[in-house]
Design a protein around this ligand. Structure first.
Ligand SMILES: NC(=O)c1ccc[n+]([C@@H]2O[C@H](COP(=O)([O-])OP(=O)(O)OC[C@H]3O[C@@H](n4cnc5c(N)ncnc54)[C@H](OP(=O)(O)O)[C@@H]3O)[C@@H](O)[C@H]2O)c1
Length: 312
């Protein structure tokens, strides 16, 4: 099969089209014919070797942590049958930048009829990070005030919609050019980070979700309500230290590491069926344009999501 892989860690130029053997599904796996793959910041972090302590030194390495496609082969007791349209997050194992990928059945979800392959490929990793992050510190109660920093990005655009679907009053933080987009996502209020510092507002929030991990618990605790929680998407040393003091404090610090749970993706799919959540794809690339896709995701300026179409 054709795949886009790296033969060593490095820049976007390391992404090369290779011919490789079809992956073999294990007992609890399903073989998917890939139609589209999501492109996420973690893909470039894997490509450039920043995460090699996790991703090892075995090459070629096929990247891609989000897949949308059609079931090619499944076990005889599987709930999935050849021909089913499915989507999934693949975790650090990746493999979606290819014509076929093997996915654990527990990570899969049937694609809702209301979305196409491109939107489906854009959804799993970002929406699961949004959902699992927003659940930190307990479920959102109707009318809770939730602030999303980085509301125009992949994780942030899903977080705004999911928090709204849960009944929260949502404030989105983005730059001037994305204000209308974040309003369109459903945010009740928008703060432009190029003109205003959201950590200096008089408002208090039950949850501050730092989807782009550009702030800190230290800066945000002033705007947390009593019992409130700050959640970041990068589990660095600073947040780990802050988490260890949570038992002493009323206001908590948390980080999220997205898990590829099919059950959580089903929750997202249901919100999509109800018209409460959708993916926003800024640009679609071909597999051959993988290096361009990586250059774009590395800018940290993507509005919504970008994807690669494996079947044009
Ligand atoms: N822990 C996990 O499991 C997990 C999972 C997914 C992602 N992540 C991490 O979470 C981060 C965000 O991921 P993503 O997919 O949302 O990224 P993304 O889509 O590439 O984020 C791009 C967006 O961030 C906005 N942005 C950039 N700098 C900003 C700032 N200083 N303040 C507010 N917004 C800013 C940009 O808007 P402007 O152009 O308007 O600034 C753009 O719309 C990445 O570091 C990623 O690696 C972690």
């Amino acid at each position: 099969m054709k795949a886009l892989a790296i033969l060593k860690y490095g820049g976007p130029e390391q992404l090369q089209i290779v011919e490789t053997a079809l992956p073999k599904p294990g007992r609890s796996d399903v073989l998917i014919r890939v139609h589209a793959a999501g492109v996420n910041p973690v893909d470039y972090k894997i490509r450039n070797g920043s995460l090699k302590w996790l991703t090892g030194s075995k090459f070629p390495k096929i990247l891609g942590g989000d897949v949308a496609g059609i079931v090619e082969q499944a076990g005889k007791n599987s709930v999935y049958k050849p021909g089913d349209k499915v989507f999934a997050m693949l975790g650090f194992r990746g493999g979606a930048y290819a014509e076929f990928v093997v996915v654990k059945e527990a990570w899969l979800c049937h694609m809702p009829d209301v979305i196409n392959m491109e939107d489906a490929a854009a959804t799993p990793l970002a929406s699961l990070t949004a959902l699992q992050g927003l659940r930190k510190g307990g479920e959102i109660n109707p009318d809770d005030k939730v602030l999303i920093n980085g509301a125009s990005g992949g994780v942030g655009s899903f977080a705004v919609q999911i928090a709204k679907a849960m009944g929260a009053h949502v404030t989105g933080v983005c730059s001037t050019k994305n204000i209308e987009f974040v309003q369109e996502l459903g945010a009740d209020e928008v703060i432009d980070y190029t003109t205003d510092d959201f950590t200096k507002t008089d408002q208090k929030y039950q949850k501050v979700y730092d989807a782009v991990a550009k702030s800190s618990f230290g800066k945000c605790k002033k705007i947390l309500d009593s019992g409130g929680i700050y959640i970041t998407t990068i589990p660095g040393a600073g947040i780990m230290l802050q988490k260890s003091f949570n038992f002493l404090r009323d206001k908590k610090a948390a980080s999220v590491m997205a898990k590829p749970l099919g059950t959580d993706l089903t929750f997202i799919a249901d919100l999509m069926k109800k018209g409460l959540v959708r993916a926003y794809v800024e640009k679609a690339f071909s597999l051959e344009q993988g290096a361009e896709a990586h250059k774009m995701i590395e800018t940290e300026r993507v509005r919504g999501k970008i994807i690669m179409k494996i079947i044009p």
